[in-house]
Design a protein around this ligand. Structure first.
Ligand SMILES: NC(=O)c1ccc[n+]([C@@H]2O[C@H](COP(=O)([O-])OP(=O)(O)OC[C@H]3O[C@@H](n4cnc5c(N)ncnc54)[C@H](O)[C@@H]3O)[C@@H](O)[C@H]2O)c1
Length: 457
């Protein structure tokens, strides 16, 4: 009854939403998502997805058990599938050669071996995970080793969605990129993938290239995005020193149509599972190919991000009379960005740990990320409280840090909060989202980013 079966290996932030969208747009395809994490699969099947993403729950429930299925049986899924997307995690390697920079491909290779083991007929294998250039070639070699009867065509189809806006991004992507071999079977496989995306994406937004250009494009896109954040953050330091205002500078610069206004908000720094890992992966590749100047250029984007986080913590310590010991500090937000519960590489983790080192008592508040925050700080020594309600979380605090740009933090009753706090009350806006002049009027000592502080005492 279905035209074809699509399998996705890896039911995470990419696999789950992407497959829910394909199932929704392509009722003629059966879409099966498998994962080795049985708990995750059970959550997807419960109709309450394991990740928070606006619009995701509705999308999953519209299609669940119609043409969208989640299962823990990887072998069965592989055997049944015509097209296999692989969206397993590819974290930075923590051991051996390339530790701290190159991508750890152990999950990826394991998947390749499983695909080879359980495939009895020709299949298209699609890289959805972000991978180093030439990984598809390595995968082809693994898949074809000693398996001459079954042909695998490996495509690269990197995912450009952003957490927090994943459903919108998947529904109206800026582009869909498909990389494939320049052989007849490669071009045929590309067409099969185009047929799927054509169900809802305009033809002029579906672009094709060879496999390595596609793999590299994903790393470069993330490097460019992160570079903009580091660029404006570097200027925020200069603005604070010179009494310029980074918001005014960003506006003036961003109105140049050659530059554009997006990704020019100064902040405590970028986080998320991808930016740092993908840039370091790019750096490693450049080093590997004997291009040290190029490697250093991109590594600076990550170093600038570290600098910005350190600067934020140092500013807190310095302005609170050089001691945080015994003081209560509330972090409003823990997710790495708004509209997600994901805390991977969140600057809040680094800031929280630094405050604990200074013997501050910390209170963490977030509308979606408290479960992950507890796991992230499980090994930390010190006083940590978790509290969803921002009013309770800030009562009795000496300082508030805005760590995530949740919209709801813009609309809090800061007068009420100020009255419940210890005085002098400090507010450090790590996302530059609040009305600083108003906070100053209420009585706070306000520390925006990229402009001098507004002090009451
Ligand atoms: N998160 C994002 O915003 C984003 C955006 C674009 C691209 N990516 C890339 O997509 C990939 C996946 O990222 P994610 O955030 O979805 O990761 P994730 O950790 O949320 O999900 C990966 C899933 O793969 C599963 N898995 C690992 N090995 C497996 C195996 N052998 N068989 C079956 N399942 C297995 C894990 O259990 C996990 O549930 C990464 O390469 C990442 O760089 C992520």
């Amino acid at each position: 009854m279905f035209k074809k079966t699509i399998l996705c290996i890896g039911a995470g932030y990419v696999g789950g939403p992407t497959m829910a969208m394909i199932a929704n747009k392509c009722p003629d395809y059966k879409v099966l998502v498998v994962d080795i994490n049985d708990e995750r699969i059970a959550e997807w099947n419960s109709g309450k997805p394991p990740i928070y993403e606006p619009g995701l729950e509705e999308l999953v429930n519209t299609n669940l058990n119609k043409n969208l299925f989640f299962s823990g049986n990887v072998a069965e899924g592989i055997a049944e599938a015509d097209i296999i997307f692989v969206s397993v995690n590819t974290p930075t390697k923590t051991y051996g050669k390339g530790a701290g920079k190159s991508a750890d491909l152990k999950f990826w290779e394991l998947t390749a071996r499983e695909i080879k083991k359980y495939s009895k007929a020709n299949k298209i294998v699609v890289e959805k995970s972000t991978l180093p250039v030439r990984t598809a070639k390595a995968m082809e070699r693994i898949l074809h080793a000693g398996n001459p009867d079954v042909h695998f065509e490996v495509l690269s189809n990197p995912e450009f969605l952003a957490e927090g806006t994943a459903i919108r991004d998947l529904n109206t992507p800026d582009r869909v990129l498909i990389g494939g071999n320049e052989t007849d079977s490669g071009q045929k496989a590309i067409q099969e993938l185009i047929d799927i995306y054509s169900h809802w994406v305009d033809a002029d937004r579906i672009i094709t290239s060879n496999v390595w250009s596609s793999e590299l494009s994903k790393l470069v896109a993330n490097a460019f995005l992160a570079q903009r954040i580091s660029s404006i953050n570097s200027i925020s330091a200069l603005c604070e020193a010179t009494e310029a205002n980074v918001k005014d500078v960003a506006k003036a610069v961003g109105m140049d149509s050659r530059i554009g206004s997006k990704f020019l908000n100064a902040s405590v720094g970028f986080g998320g599972s991808c930016f740092k890992k993908d840039i370091l992966n790019l750096v490693y590749l450049c080093e590997h190919y004997g291009l040290p100047e190029v490697a250093e250029y991109w590594e600076q984007v990550v170093l600038m991000n570290d600098y910005q986080r350190n600067r934020f913590v140092e500013k807190i310590i310095q302005s609170m009379f050089n001691t945080l010991a015994g003081k209560q500090i509330t972090l409003l937000g823990f997710a790495f960005k708004a509209n997600t519960g994901d805390t991977r590489e969140s600057p809040a983790i680094y800031v929280a740990k630094s405050l604990l080192d200074e013997q501050a008592n910390i209170v963490i508040s977030d509308p979606q990320a408290l479960d992950y925050a507890k796991k992230d700080l499980a090994d930390c020594v010190g006083n940590i409280e978790y509290c969803e309600d921002p009013y309770t979380a800030t009562t009795g605090s000496h300082a508030i840090l805005i760590m995530t740009e949740w919209n709801e933090y813009k609309d809090l009753d800061y007068k009420k909060i100020y009255e419940s706090m210890e005085k002098p009350a400090f507010l450090f806006d790590g996302r530059n989202i609040l009305d600083h002049a108003n906070l100053h009027k209420i009585g706070f000592n306000v520390y925006p980013l990229g402009t001098p502080p507004l002090l009451n005492i």
